[in-house]
Design a protein around this ligand. Sequence first.
Ligand code: CA
Length: 248
Amino acid sequence: MAGTHIGERPAVASATVATDSPHILIVEDEENIASFARMYLEAAGFRVSHADRGDLGLTMAQEEKPDLILLDLMLPGIDGYELTRRYRADNATPIIMLTARDEAVDKVVGLELGADDYVTKPFNPRELVARVRAVLRRADHSGGATDAPKDTIIELDDLRIEVGGREVFVGGERVALTPKEFDLLVTLIENRGIVLTREQLLEQVWGFTFLGDSRTIDVHVRQLRRKLEDACPIQTVWGTGYKVPAKR
Ligand code: CA
């Protein structure tokens, strides 16, 4: 009888966030900023979790394996730099740093530690959502900037790059690079013999939505030189950009 039928099928509201939608972890101690970001990210269809301390954020990141971390820098517990340093040791999850206005030094340090992008507070929520989408999209086709087939192995003197595994070796020793350092190195090598401007590199490695300045490239080249030492094939072309020289 229809009258006894109480098992109404639950309405599938279009606002329901699918369990396979990307998961964003917000690590931010300012409650109003965190809830503002959460509100817009959830409205855009993301799953969101939140930690109000750096140490808690690190634990949640390790346990929940989010698809992206939105990270404040000044935090109780451990700060955003320390969280990035520890988390980056064995995770390539994209990180977007939330920085205060004009904290140029912070941005450079953050990028050196392996942040993928940064958003300046106070932020426009639409811009935040756009950045999150852009960074996720790039992380999605990991191998990001490079078009090389997955099984490509690049060898340049002492330097060996396994493109598929995203691993770099110097004289047989593995060197840990951040995802962006890796993409920058491979992009320059794939274009060897050609000078690439900082703007071209920004667009190719970070994507056109990245609003960072071209100094970001200099920071990453410096890191590559430090990590790869004499095996780093990147040359500075004054007033223009960078290149890897053509094969001898
Ligand atoms: Ca803070």
